[in-house]
Design a protein around this ligand. Structure first.
Ligand code: BES
Ligand code: MN
Ligand code: ZN
Length: 499
């Protein structure tokens, strides 16, 4: 495990195998080394070689003869005018990934001398640490004979002026927490569905609860039937693995909670589509359909260390969506926990069935607001592309807080409208509602369906992460595959998004 430590002083005095630094696009002035002797020489070679300074690009320089520093790695920050904390995350991810190919033990990283100055030291350190730890993520559990290169760093020294020690250390702590939570969610989503089925997820949730002092309640079988959870039971009945509803609770220690927030995750451990079977291509990555639940579990796991002043109930709605002799059929009618009856038009619109039950159940647990995350619709990916989540809800203040937390975390989220004029798409001829509309506006009609299970009196937001939960390509600090989408946004929202 690489240690990340604050080190006071100037970058040009740091001794490390690699000294990293940053430049803006079109400039050769180094942010950390400035006009020091090394800074001057390095600036000249950057200029000579025409280094672009684009975000994600690197320039490497080996100083001549016996210098204690083996290499300088200069990371581009892109145009100065477009600089944001996310830029720093991306640049630091590039540095970390590059270093996987070297045997270096010590890295010096200047993270508190940038354009934001002292005021932003904590946020800069946090973003930089997140970039390093997120960018360096690899899922290696099942690699037995073709190893991937890994970071050999013993320490990363975050170099900053002595006066910024406490801010930088706060940033390091928060960045580690956020990145480790995200990587935990990535690990869960990366697991094959043959291993990570609903009961395995329950076992992991119990372990997480025990190790982190969370209350944990597991609803199953007879209990779910008694609660009338026809949606969750219906979706689960085609699988040999039973469905579960898991409730985890975090309570602030030694003080009264300011409010009680509910977070719900869709946990379809595999989505075959059920009898409305998906085609082979669309099914390939459907182990990711529990990414909402993975996000919720990762957030719950991090809360005791983050210690926000709010009580949080985390709900995992777990089932496997399979075809078979016991599976629900198109045309079947399910009675939901709320009492509403749903005509199953399409068994592949299963997420809303399990979430409907989870949301209406949670709404009765005296929560002040609720947020759900779900890989809910392909339509949301069509609308916003693979990198951006869709946000909907019944309360603009809560939606704004979600969007603001996302922005501060560097996660892409965009609001979609819940136009009531599309409600006709979830109308049924034989039941109260049906679970699928026509082809158009699918992200919105799924949101409208969920809204049927939430009272207007409880602020609620729905985050459709079907796109960003699992990516086809590496993007900056997010290696392809499982991304841990939503984790950092929720942690922000719960810790400082309460204003
Ligand atoms: N899990 C899928 C949505 C999905 C698609 C997640 C792509 C990640 C990537 C969901 O259960 C689903 O199948 N939705 C259907 C709904 C339709 C049948 C109304 C869809 O989007 O096609
Ligand atoms: Mn589906
Ligand atoms: Zn699904």
């Amino acid at each position: 495990m690489t240690k990340i430590l604050f080190q006071s002083g100037a970058l040009q005095e740091a001794t490390a195998d690699t000294v990293a630094d940053f430049v803006f696009e079109g400039s050769s002035r180094l942010i950390g080394l400035g006009s020091s002797k090394q800074g001057g020489s390095l600036s000249r070679v950057l200029k000579r070689d025409g280094f672009s300074g684009k975000v994600g690009t690197l320039y490497q320089w080996h100083p001549a003869g016996g210098a204690p520093v083996r290499r300088y790695l200069v990371a581009g920050l892109g145009p100065r005018k477009q600089y944001r904390l996310e830029t720093l995350r991306r640049a630091c991810a590039a540095v970390a990934r590059k270093l996987r190919t070297y045997p270096d033990r010590h890295l010096a990283l200047p993270l508190a001398a940038g354009p934001g100055g002292a005021a932003d030291a904590a946020e800069m350190a946090r973003a930089g640490v997140e970039g390093v730890l997120l960018g360096n993520y690899q899922f290696t559990k099942y690699r037995t004979c073709i190893p991937k290169p890994s970071l050999s760093l013993e320490t990363i020294h975050i170099i900053a002026p002595g006066g910024r020690k406490s801010q930088v250390e706060k940033g390091i702590r928060e960045g580690k927490l956020a990145a480790e939570a995200t990587n935990f969610a990535r690990d869960l989503v990366s697991e094959p569905a043959g291993f990570l089925n609903p009961s395995r997820m329950v076992a992991i949730a119990k372990k997480v609860a025990k190790e982190n002092g969370l209350a944990c309640e597991v609803l199953e079988g007879a209990r779910l039937r008694k609660l009338g959870m026809g949606g969750l039971l219906g979706v689960g009945q085609g699988s040999s693995e039973p469905p579960y509803l898991v409730l985890l609770t975090y309570r602030p220690r030694g003080r009264k909670a300011r409010k009680r927030v509910g977070i719900v995750g869709k946990g379809i451990t595999f989505d075959s589509g059920g009898l409305s079977l998906k085609n082979a291509d669309s099914m390939e990555t459907m182990k990711c359909d529990m990414a909402g639940a993975a996000c919720v579990l990762a957030v719950m796991r991090a809360l005791p260390s983050l210690a926000p002043p709010v009580e949080v109930v985390g709900v995992l709605a777990l089932a496997e969506n399979m075809p078979g002799g016991k599976a629900i059929r198109p045309g079947d009618i399910l009675k939901m926990h709320s009492g509403l009856t749903v005509e199953v038009r399409n068994t592949d619109a299963e997420g809303r069935l399990i979430l409907g039950d989870a949301l209406s159940y949670l709404a009765k647990q005296s929560v002040d607001e609720m947020i759900n995350l779900a890989t809910l619709t392909g339509a949301c990916v069509v609308a916003l592309g693979p990198l951006c989540a869709g946000v909907m809800g019944n309360n603009q203040t809560l939606i704004n807080r979600v969007l603001k937390s996302a922005d501060r975390s560097g996660e892409m989220m965009w609001q979609l409208p819940l136009f009531e004029d599309y409600l006709y798409q979830v109308e049924s001829d034989v039941a109260d509602i049906r679970n699928a509309g026509n082809r158009w506006g699918g992200a919105i009609t799924a949101g409208l369906f969920l809204k049927k299970f939430v009272q207007d009196s409880i602020p609620w937001a729905h985050i459709d992460i079907a796109g960003p939960a699992f990516l086809d390509d590496d993007t900056y600090h997010t290696p392809k595959g499982a991304t841990g989408a939503g984790v950092r946004t929720l942690l922000r929202l719960l810790s400082d998004g309460n204003r």
